[in-house]
Design a protein around this ligand. Structure first.
Ligand code: CA
Length: 227
């Protein structure tokens, strides 16, 4: 049984062949395209499970493809890039890539990253409705909402992390205050409200209509994706 269908978009034949060999050996089906133009149409047509996307491509570059893809799909995208400048990495993630690998890379590492992304996707419901719309990476200090990278302040990040740890549980303003200000400095309850307000604005600003941080009147806040 196939572990999944991977679209490899890579114009360097040796790298493409290497990726194909390792992915096929690991049980994946592989489709390969060597130009950027036509990739979005091919994805719409064939609906692969994941895309390995080179950055510099003839025709249309990987950034443009990723940006266009994110207007209609949450399909996992791993960027392959030979440009190691930090700005490119960040840019790739802001455009909605789920991960990136810098060239030169070991093919085993790429296969491991592919598996990790597909595992994450399988945590979504069988009906295809994503259950993990918010992914928080504490090591990278980074939050992605449906693949869109959010820039949060440290306080917003801590608030979201606590709410996410217990989805559905209501946290009082006092509890949240303790979380965001460990030194118990004197701040008003309204401080929590204002940070939460900014957090909600950022989330719904990146994914319109999506507002999983809910206020519970007179009590506090909870994270609830079912609303
Ligand atoms: Ca290239």
């Amino acid at each position: 049984m196939s572990h999944g269908r991977i679209l490899v978009v890579e114009d360097e034949p040796k790298i493409a062949a290497l990726l194909r060999d390792y992915l096929v050996a690991d049980g994946f089906e592989v489709e390969h395209r060597e130009r950027g133009d036509g990739v979005v149409a091919a994805i719409r047509m064939n609906a692969p499970d994941l895309v390995l996307l080179d950055l510099m491509l003839p025709g249309v570059d990987g950034f443009t493809i990723c940006r266009e893809l994110r207007t209609f799909s949450t399909l996992p995208v791993i960027m392959l890039t030979a440009r190691v400048e930090e700005i490119d990495r960040v840019l790739g993630l802001e455009l909605g890539a789920d991960d990136y690998v810098c060239k030169p890379f070991g093919p085993r590492e790429v296969v491991a990253r592919v598996r990790a992304q597909l595992r994450r996707v399988r945590l979504r419901g069988a009906d295809g409705v994503p259950k993990l719309d918010v992914v928080l990476d504490a090591e990278r200090f980074e939050v992605r909402v449906r693949g869109v990278c959010l820039i949060l302040t440290p306080v917003e990040f801590r608030l979201l992390r606590v709410l996410l740890e217990h989805p559905g549980r209501v946290h009082s303003r006092n509890q949240l205050l303790n979380v965001i200000y460990a030194d118990h400095r004197v701040v008003s309850d309204r401080t929590v409200d204002s940070h939460i307000k900014n957090l909600r604005r950022k989330i719904s600003g990146s994914v319109p209509g999506y507002d999983p941080v809910q206020s519970v009147y007179g009590v506090g806040y909870k994270f609830d994706e079912t609303v």
